[in-house]
Design a binder for this molecule. Sequence first.
Ligand code: RM4
Ligand code: MN
Length: 391
Amino acid sequence: MSAPRADQRVRETLRNQRIELPSWAFGNSGTRFKVFAQPGVPRDPFEKIADAAQVQRYTGIAPLVSLHIPWDTVEDYGKLAEHAAALGVSIGVINSNTFQDDDYRLGSVCHPDPAVRRKAIEHLKDCLRIMAATGSDALKLWFADGINYPGQDDLTDRQRRLADALDEVYDALTGEQRILLEYKLFEPAFYATDVPDWGTAYAHTLRLGPKAKVVVDTGHHAPHTNIEFIVAFLIAQGKLGAFDFNSRFYADDDLMVGAADPFQLFRIMNEIVLADAVTPDSGIGFMLDQCHNIEPKIQAQIRSVLNVQEATAKALLVDRDALALAQREGDVLGANAILMDAYNTDVRPLLADLRVEMGLDPDPVAAYRRSGYLEKVIDERTGGVAAGWGA
Ligand code: RM4
Ligand code: MN
């Protein structure tokens, strides 16, 4: 293939890439210690979607917004979907929340009391109805379930309760609806989590069937876990459903994706490129799951989208033929150098040029800052209560 044609294919793929934004990134958030409120923060899901539409406006590749229920509860979901469409975005994945109710102190779908399990399952089914009303086709399940002390509950029985709940929700899926099951090593439970790792999520989704897949939240692993291996494995098994992108230094830090370790993000996107899975036809979702506690939120989301885009562009530039040859010949250092050449390429000029082709400003962050949007919403959004983790 000649170089210009290769460049066209890279551009085409990048143009069709889609990154999904979390509604909760635009609300106030914090740590266990303090929520630092920011001026101009949305007061309801309509305003969160308006902020998300700004990210789409300047990046051109972020037209989907995930909702979190009950944080994004509204009376009329059809109206919310219309509002999104009018702003050039649409509703993506619906995230269930079975972790912020007093009843869930000992768990939700794994709770020892069947009445609490019933309540949690009914919430998940409500989310299916919200999907139908918003045009979303995926339900993301993250369970905070687990136990803090050895002996607190029966580990095996909790797995059975989990399986029963998942079976019931799976059976309630209609049409194109599907389940995305997320795992997390620890927190809020400390001794044992009921879906702690990809193996557990994989086993449950395998039992459920083809409409259930695994979510890899990049922040949910033990230090030094080789996440790209997990990604490669799940893709090969047809079980990678989506990413929750963010980055971490210590635990589930939820910092901007690509900020802590851009090389890891490149290695992950390299597996995605290898599997030809960058664009939406792969069926894999690329979502951000982040909180911006001290930095400006819309700008941080724009930066995060660009970080994923840059890592993808670098992965697309890997000389696959040369790499395959070096691998076949056992040229250890040659193969590694080919990958590093791509990683070390400055793709910013290519992406700036692509944006101009797409009718966008070559520098999304600068264009957003110049727009005065934040100043405008700070003026407009007076009164009411800013959205946050409880609202
Ligand atoms: C969890 C997990 C979920 C997210 C919540 C807010 O740790 O990452 O995906 O919805 O946090
Ligand atoms: Mn997540």
